[in-house]
Design a protein around this ligand. Structure first.
Ligand SMILES: O=C(O)CCC(=O)C(=O)O
Ligand SMILES: [Mn+2]
Length: 192
């Protein structure tokens, strides 16, 4: 389904992967992925990022994310299969994936644009979710009269952001007071 939003190109497929398969992928990936606790520097202080992350991709790629220099781990069989399935639908040959593990409602990701120079102009980013439903919020950067867009991301769903979306909108996964279980997200990207 195309989500009508000014200055953006967003497609949301709520049932990209079936319910049963999603449970299976959540279990396998939580176990198999080499999760890292990264740190971020803010105002001269060092904090743990409020989630665990991992980066997988073709060998030889390098990516800087929030000031952290990352080297990709080689694709696992499961990730490779998911990458191919997602690449076909998004009509984009992805070569890397950033994985996020939100352990509970206190884990989050603040407002940002995926606009690192390695992604090039108008990147297509495909975001796959397994586990707890969390709200993906988009806010327009310059036009404050445009209402924030909230998209609850279901387990097994695929969200594709393309075109000029990253120039005009920031997105986040806020913390929630609801009692939610673990959520795993894979954002497939093309590193140029
Ligand atoms: O967890 C999500 O759905 C968003 C992840 C994200 O925005 C990112 O990895 O850049
Ligand atoms: Mn992002």
């Amino acid at each position: 389904m195309h989500i009508p939003l000014q200055d953006a190109e967003i497609i949301y497929l709520h049932d990209f992967i079936s319910h049963d398969e999603s449970i299976h992928y959540l279990e396998i990936l939580l176990d198999q992925i080499d999760w890292q606790q990264n740190q971020i520097k803010m105002f001269g202080k060092v904090y743990d990022e409020p989630r665990l992350t991992a980066w997988y991709g073709d060998q030889g790629l390098s990516y800087t994310y929030s000031g952290i220099q990352l080297e990709p781990k080689p694709w696992t069989g499961v990730l490779q299969r998911l990458k191919e399935k997602v690449s076909e639908v998004a009509k984009t040959q992805f070569n890397s994936a950033l994985l996020n593990y939100y352990r509970d409602g206190q884990d989050s990701m603040g407002y940002h644009q995926d606009n690192e120079k390695e992604l090039g102009i108008n990147p297509t980013i495909a975001s796959l979710t397994f586990g707890a439903e969390r709200t993906f919020q988009l806010k327009h950067i310059t036009d404050k009269s445009i209402k924030r867009k909230d998209i609850p991301l279901k387990s097994g769903s695929l969200l594709i952001m393309a075109g000029a979306t990253q120039h005009h909108w920031k997105h986040q996964i806020p913390k929630t007071k609801k009692h939610v279980g673990p959520r795993l997200n894979i954002t497939f990207r093309v590193i140029l």
